[in-house]
Design a protein around this ligand. Structure first.
Ligand code: RTP
Ligand code: MG
Length: 140
């Protein structure tokens, strides 16, 4: 067993990932890495939840498009646990821009457009706590 304290992160398989049938691929990769599923739910976000989730981007030019995209269909929300889970999943996801993401990463292998980049992963312990509470308020 690892000596590191388990951490949790919020992973989303975004609507493009659902439409392309990549939920199993994403879960297989994070499980193969050694991360563990704690919660999973297929749901379509309201604009309010999407705007709260991406509040840090509210002033960015792509914000309206991002909210439209992330609410365009169902997504799979996952809570994932393991040693350095936040960093570990972001390494599996690859760079935000899939063209810059290396081969072998989820975005590098499956996407071409910066917005439609298949997955989300929390970017810090503070973000993970906030996002997990937003998506899974009953999770202890
Ligand atoms: P995420 O939050 O979804 O895990 O992605 P990230 O940390 O790698 O990237 P972030 O900068 O937080 O951007 C959030 C999401 O917004 C979309 N995006 N579009 N059109 C654009 O220039 C642009 N830039 C970012 C992507 O869906 C990105 O994942
Ligand atoms: Mg982000």
């Amino acid at each position: 067993m690892s000596e590191a304290t388990p951490a949790r992160t919020l992973v989303l398989v975004k609507p493009d990932g659902i439409a392309r049938g990549l939920v199993g691929e994403v879960i297989s990769r994070l499980e193969a890495k050694g991360l563990r599923l704690v919660a999973a739910d297929l749901r379509t976000l309201t604009a309010e939840v999407a705007e709260t989730h991406y509040a840090e981007h509210r002033e960015r030019p792509f914000f309206a498009s991002l909210v439209e995209f992330i609410t365009s269909g169902p997504l799979m929300a996952l809570v994932v646990e393991g040693p350095r889970a936040i960093e570990a999943f972001r390494a599996l996801a690859g760079a935000t821009d899939p063209v810059q993401a290396g081969p072998g990463t989820i975005r590098g292998d499956f996407a071409l457009e910066v917005q439609n980049n298949i997955v989300h992963g929390s970017d810090s312990p503070e973000s993970a706590a906030r996002e997990i509470a937003l998506f899974f308020p009953d999770l202890g």
